[in-house]
Design a protein around this ligand. Structure first.
Ligand code: NCD
Length: 355
């Protein structure tokens, strides 16, 4: 055991400024729990690394060199909430880097069924593997895992792939990476007007995106949601504290012409306590084909997916529809993040893509 003096309750309450140093071990980013861990410099480095990994993956020589990098590492994908793209993109990101993967996708085939606590399950994964990528409904579990493993001498890394209603930090990385690509020739993300639409109260993708947006200058946020699904007061306080310009409205249509980014999200009804989503008319937060004429011609439409009816499928063929590219970007940025967490950045950037 290392000398790590905090009890969980104490650790949880530490101010972010104090806590963040515990997410770095042996000079490597070891626990990715919150979107606030990423500053602009780190984002730029990750984007460049993702571009490079994407480029190298185009040919066998490049792909082979990437696969040699972390072939001595093993990862556990511990996903106890449903997931398609986050799971698949992490799984494939690991394979791009040569990391071997095992997975646990629900409790029925594990000792959790016998009453084992999630904490003990995590300690068990840590006994066999070097990296745990986890998605759970418990908002605190990924952070608690970082606390649990901080006590151990051997570093086992953690990535939060979605912590209940709270955060989805790697989603915000792929969202920012997608905007960076879309606005490369349009002065980047700075100065853009970004609408985030839908369930802003319970959407972890929306919350993490708001934290990431803080890294960009002169952003105007338009937060469009049903009245009962507005951002939580702590997010509002974050926006004010960081002097980010924002408006809150429930009117999608009349705001569309102002936006450079329209970020749609689905209603998060899995978190309903009393079927309250049934009372909400969410159709006013759907993007329809008839809306396209209202949207700027170089705007982009995004969605973390899965979608229900938030974006009509006829919109998929419009050149402003970026959500399928956004989805694929998730794999590259997650590979970049894992490589970065293992200090492989310089090595990859120095690989010759012309091989
Ligand atoms: C999001 C999630 O799980 O939070 N999906 C994803 O990871 N791409 C958004 C959602 O499920 O609505």
């Amino acid at each position: 055991m290392r000398d790590f003096k905090y009890k969980w309750e104490e650790f949880k309450k530490l101010p972010f400024g104090t806590k963040k140093k515990f997410f770095i071990r042996e000079n490597e980013l070891s626990y990715v729990i919150f979107a606030q861990q990423f500053d602009r410099k780190k984002l730029q480095e990750l984007f460049a690394l993702a571009d490079k990994i994407r480029e190298l993956s185009k040919n066998k020589a490049g792909a082979d060199s990437l696969q040699n990098l972390l072939s001595h590492k093993r990862a556990t994908l511990f996903f106890s909430q449903p997931s398609t793209r986050t799971f698949k993109s992490f799984y494939n990101a690991c394979h791009i880097l040569g990391i071997k993967t095992t997975e646990l996708r629900d409790g029925t085939s594990s000792s959790q069924k016998k009453g084992e606590s999630p904490e003990d399950t995590i300690l068990t994964f840590a006994s066999y593997t070097d990296l745990i990528i986890m998605r759970n409904s418990e908002e605190w579990l990924a952070e608690k895992a970082s606390w649990l493993l901080n006590k151990k001498n051997r570093v086992v890394k953690i990535i939060n792939a979605g912590s209940g209603k709270d955060q989805h930090p790697t989603q915000s990385l792929l969202d920012a990476y997608t905007m960076e690509i879309a606005f490369k020739d349009k002065k980047g993300i700075d100065g853009k007007t970004i609408a985030i639409v839908g369930d802003l109260k319970r959407g972890r993708a929306a919350r993490s995106l708001i934290y990431i947006i803080k890294n960009y200058k002169n952003i105007k946020l338009i937060l469009i949601s049903p009245n009962s699904l507005k951002i939580e007061p702590d997010v509002r306080a974050f926006l004010k504290r960081n002097k980010i310009k924002f408006t809150e409205t429930s009117d999608l249509k009349s705001n569309l012409n102002k936006c450079d980014v329209i970020y749609m999200t689905r209603i998060q009804d899995e978190y309903d306590v009393n079927n309250e989503s049934k009372e909400i008319d969410y159709s006013a937060f759907h993007l329809k084909k008839s809306h396209l004429r209202l949207i700027k011609k170089d705007a982009i439409i995004m969605h973390p997916l899965p979608r229900r009816d938030e974006i009509n499928i006829e919109i998929d063929d419009d050149k402003r529809a970026w959500y399928w590219k956004q989805e694929r970007n998730g794999m590259w940025i997650r590979a970049a993040l894992i490589a970065y967490m293992y200090g492989m950045q310089k090595e990859i950037m120095n690989f010759n893509s012309e091989l």
